[in-house]
Design a protein around this ligand. Structure first.
Ligand code: SF4
Ligand code: SF4
Length: 409
């Protein structure tokens, strides 16, 4: 920005938000990237200073600066810790829009907009796993690194489901929309089916949108706010019927983005957004179900989107405690982000692997039989951590344990 160019509204807002930071440094110990790299520029305080300088025109959006912004997981541990109420995620999303080199998730976002292609890919991966082709492909140096990494990290996915437009549950009862997100039907089919079954069995009248919808989180965090706004508008339009019914997102990452859709021009959608685990833990169930015991030693995992974004860290454990027979593992320390963080495992593979390794150690020490987490990205990352540690454990959404207790899974 030259001296004669007036700052844009977006730039002024970044500067105003950043100026709330009193540089106390209380956020540094909770920042996973600062913990790994020990660089001020990879800490929340450092990133706020960089974002401010970028918005004020004091720094250019060069690749070095873009790298510091991109390495942020947007886990929001800093935001939850900050005594000055600095809106860190808002600063970071807006700053990334000014540094184009931060956007590495464009190919993934493009794939996620094509549900048929995504389902076909899942079918191909299942077939490749059955025949041993996947293991061979993962060793092929000619394949692009992200593809090789997906083959290694992804567990064999369940057969994709088609739930678009589906209705379930009794004729009367509270209405809810189930929001599978852009990945649910293809990559998290078991969870989506379990969520539909559990909500229906508990007496909710459930509807699934007719259209393949995306909450827009990946676009927003890549600095693509226009794309995120368009996706939020599309979701709001598709969910306009039953305008009072809560919109219950299967993944906590989607739930957080929907809950903040007012910033994307959709305040009505934001007000109706719920996260599935927190919804089931806190909402009275219309039907008193008969639950059978599920004998399992399970570790509750609160994704950053749930713990720091929605400030509902206890929701997973609260729901698990409603399932008879479960032994809920208590862990003394609060662990850092697992490194799943949307597309982070593909965008920053080394840092993601380092955070995954911390979780591998933790799982080795705690030895649960299962980990219950309500976010697909975390489930994939924690499953990979377990495999890398040579542990045999299930990683599943808490709703799948409830569905099991209901005899539905
Ligand atoms: S805790 Fe808040 S005010 Fe303190 S340095 Fe971090 S962002 Fe700034
Ligand atoms: S959002 Fe997470 S990774 Fe990013 S600066 Fe804050 S604590 Fe660090």
């Amino acid at each position: 920005m030259s001296e004669t160019t007036p700052p844009s509204e977006a730039a002024r807002r970044i500067v105003a938000d950043a100026d709330r930071c009193v540089q106390c440094g209380l956020c540094l110990p909770v920042c996973p990237t600062y913990g790994l790299l020990r660089e001020e520029a990879d800490s929340p305080r450092g990133r706020i200073a960089l974002a401010r300088a970028l918005a004020a025109g004091a720094l250019a959006p060069d690749p070095v600066l873009a790298g510091h912004l991109r390495r942020c997981l947007l886990c929001r541990a800093c935001e939850a810790m900050c005594p000055a109420g600095v809106p860190f995620a808002r600063i970071m999303d807006a700053a990334r829009a000014r540094a184009p080199a931060t956007d590495r998730s464009a190919p993934l976002r493009s794939l996620l907009r094509r549900p048929r292609l995504l389902r076909a890919g899942v079918h191909a991966l299942r077939a490749a796993r059955r025949t041993g082709l996947a293991a061979a492909a993962a060793r092929l140096p000619l394949l692009p690194v992200p593809l090789r990494r997906s083959v290694t990290l992804l567990p064999t996915p369940a057969r994709p489901v088609r739930v678009a437009g589906r209705r379930a549950g009794p004729e009367a009862g509270p209405r809810v929309w189930l929001f599978p997100g852009c990945t649910g039907e293809a990559l998290d089919a078991r969870t989506v089916a379990d969520a539909l079954d559990a909500l229906a069995a508990l007496g909710f009248r459930v509807r699934v949108p007719e259209r393949h919808l995306c909450c827009g989180a990946l676009a927003l965090h890549a600095g693509r706010s226009a794309e995120a706004r368009a996706l939020a508008a599309r979701a709001a339009a598709a969910l306009a019927d039953d305008g009072e019914a809560p919109v219950v997102a299967v993944a906590s990452g989607c739930a957080l983005n929907l809950a903040e859709a007012d910033a994307l021009g959709q305040p009505g959608l934001a007000a109706r957004a719920r996260e599935l685990t927190a919804f089931l833990a806190a909402t009275p169930w219309p039907r008193a179900p008969s639950l059978r015991p599920v004998r399992l030693r399970v570790l509750p995992h609160a994704p950053c989107s749930l713990a720091h974004g929605l400030r509902a860290a206890g929701a997973v454990e609260a729901l698990l405690r409603r399932v008879p027979g479960l032994e809920v593992v208590r862990a003394a320390d609060a662990p850092a982000c697992c490194g799943g963080a949307g597309a982070y495992a593909f965008e920053e593979p080394e840092l993601s692997a380092a955070l995954r390794a911390q979780w591998a150690e933790r799982l080795t020490a705690l030895r649960p039989q299962a980990v219950a987490t309500p976010n697909l990205g975390c489930a994939l990352q924690l499953g990979a951590a377990a495999r890398e540690a040579g542990l045999e454990l299930e990683v599943l959404h808490p709703v799948s344990l409830l569905a099991r207790a209901l005899g539905r899974a």
